[in-house]
Ligand binder design. Structure first.
Ligand code: SF4
Length: 222
């Protein structure tokens, strides 16, 4: 990370806190498995699609045991509003079966154990541990990956590399909120197809944009 990017980092983090808040807004859950299920359903789905599905899903399935015993077709019928619902229904059932047989019905709380569950990848596991237990972790999704590279915070070529870089660069107390803050910023301003640099309050501190300006270009639209 360049010296001026490091110097600007606290200003950017303060702006993100002020603009997008320090607490994630979202659905409520009553148990660990409900939180894990909601995060699993979120992949490749909008918040609205997930919010549509979970009240009835959670009313019918209060525990991992109840999902483990249910026919896949029944689980599917509750989550048709989300993307890839058939795959997710199969994963939910397999995941809950393992939670019941291996962990006595309680969702495990280490990243290594979570990664053994069907449909649970590193991003889901990190988010679950952060939201359920406040365990610090940087979750790198498509928005975090894109914006961290544009800002000059990371150069990694895949999410795992960017995750490691961000854990070195960001203060630990910011790890759990950088994900939702950059999701909001990525949806509104620093979008994938066209970064709206001229509307971005971070423009003066954004390394990639400063580099483009130095090269005589107006803004970053990679
Ligand atoms: S200045 Fe442009 S590239 Fe940098 S964060 Fe803002 S929108 Fe994204």
């Amino acid at each position: 990370m360049k010296a001026h990017t490091k110097e600007n980092l606290p200003r950017i983090l303060a702006w993100l806190d002020q603009t997008y808040g320090v607490e994630k807004k979202g659905f409520s859950w009553r148990s660990d498995w409900q939180l894990l299920a909601a995060i699993m359903l979120s992949a490749q789905s909008t918040d609205k699609q997930v919010e549509e599905a979970i009240p009835a899903l959670f009313a019918r399935f209060e525990t991992a045991q109840s999902v483990a015993k249910a026919p896949v077709e029944e689980i599917e019928s509750y989550i048709r509003s989300v993307g890839l619902y058939q795959t997710k229904a199969r994963n939910l059932k397999k995941c809950c079966q393992r939670i019941v047989t291996e962990y006595h019905g309680a969702v495990p709380v280490t990243i290594e154990e979570l990664l053994t569950l069907a449909g649970v990848g590193r991003k889901t596991a990190t988010l679950f541990l952060a939201d359920a237990y406040g365990i610090p972790g940087v979750t790198v999704d498509t928005h975090v990956f894109r914006i961290a590279r544009r800002m000059g915070w990371a150069e990694g070529r895949n999410p795992a590399e960017v995750e490691q870089e961000l854990m070195r660069v960001l203060p630990k107390d910011h790890w759990n909120r950088i994900n939702f803050q950059l999701i909001y910023h990525g949806r509104a301003i620093c979008t994938a197809r066209r970064a709206k640099c001229s509307e971005c309050a971070l423009e003066r501190w954004c390394e990639k944009n400063l580099e483009k300006q130095a090269a005589g270009e107006e803004n970053v639209n990679d």
